[in-house]
Ligand binder design. Structure first.
Ligand code: NAP
Length: 248
């Protein structure tokens, strides 16, 4: 019997990459899925079709998580489609890399607004539902960069480090209501985001990864599915790496 039978999960940014793999894995475990995306409707519909082929239910909902009110609309859409929400995976994220010397306010705001404030908006919108149920899972997509920093990513590192403080505080505030909050910290995972880095940077990264290769979106999805399950009910406020040993 799948571990997430009958649960409802919202996965932000699940039209592509890591979010897509999470949506497919949670569906494989029996959950009904809200596939959120910002712009790529056809990619989101393809994920919905894949989930339905496997016998689970899914809907695609467009919402820009960085904008006030859109997360509310996303959660409302989930309630209309499935009647409840049990799991929020705040995964949507972007990078706008630049050396700090050249980093613009626009690059700073874009990354902070999507990666950190987006998680704030989504958690805020979903908490009412979870508090009422006295149960739930909030999983935030952090990064090894939030722990170690990274040249060219002052904005991204600040957002991902912010998610750690945010998530740990939510874990303390919501724990007595049966809600767990954890932060997943991937290393280099093969997606559009890392494809944009170019071959030289990827080759250098591989030298620093103990396992000698990039991770796959499915590697992250397996951890998220575990954290979303009943088996992870006593794990909260943790930052858990999926990085092939990059952070060692
Ligand atoms: P990706 O392939 O670029 O996919 C990004 C996803 O986020 C897409 O589904 C995109 O939707 C969505 N998105 C972007 N901005 C959004 C917004 N404002 N509102 C709603 N959805 C939005 O990225 P990824 O590599 O899978 O990364 C996913 C998460 O993992 C991010 O938080 C990233 O920081 C984190 N992460 C990635 C890596 C890595 O190596 N790839 C490592 C550590 C952490 P559209 O398709 O509509 O554009």
């Amino acid at each position: 019997m799948p571990t997430l039978s009958g649960k409802v999960a919202i996965v932000t940014g699940s039209s592509r990459g890591i979010g897509r793999a999470i949506a497919l894995e949670l569906a494989a475990q029996g959950a009904n899925i809200v596939v959120n995306y910002q712009a790529k409707a056809s990619a989101a519909e393809e994920v919905v079709a894949r989930i339905r082929e496997r016998g689970a239910q899914a809907v695609a909902i467009q919402a820009d998580v960085s904008r006030s009110g859109e997360a509310e609309r996303l959660v409302q859409g989930a309630l209309e489609a499935f009647g409840t929400v049990d799991i929020l995976v705040a995964n949507a994220g972007i990078a706008r890399d630049n050396l700090f010397l050249r980093m613009s306010e626009e690059e700073w705001d874009a990354v902070l607004n999507t990666n950190l404030k987006g998680a704030f908006f989504c958690a805020k919108a979903v908490q009412r539902v979870l508090l009422k149920k006295r149960a739930g899972r909030i999983i935030l997509m952090g990064s090894v960069v939030g722990l170690a920093g990274n040249v060219g990513q002052a904005n991204y590192a600040a957002a991902k480090a912010g998610l750690i403080g945010f998530g740990r505080t939510l874990a303390k505030e919501l724990g007595s209501r049966g809600i767990t909050v954890n932060i997943v910290a991937p290393g280099f995972i093969q997606t559009d985001m890392t494809a944009a880095l170019g071959e030289e940077i990827i080759a250098k990264a591989k030298e620093r990864i103990a396992l000698g290769r990039l991770g796959q979106p499915e590697d992250v999805a397996a951890l998220v599915a575990f954290l979303a399950s009943d088996a992870a009910g006593y794990i909260t406020g943790q930052v858990i790496g999926v990085d092939g040993g990059l952070s060692l």
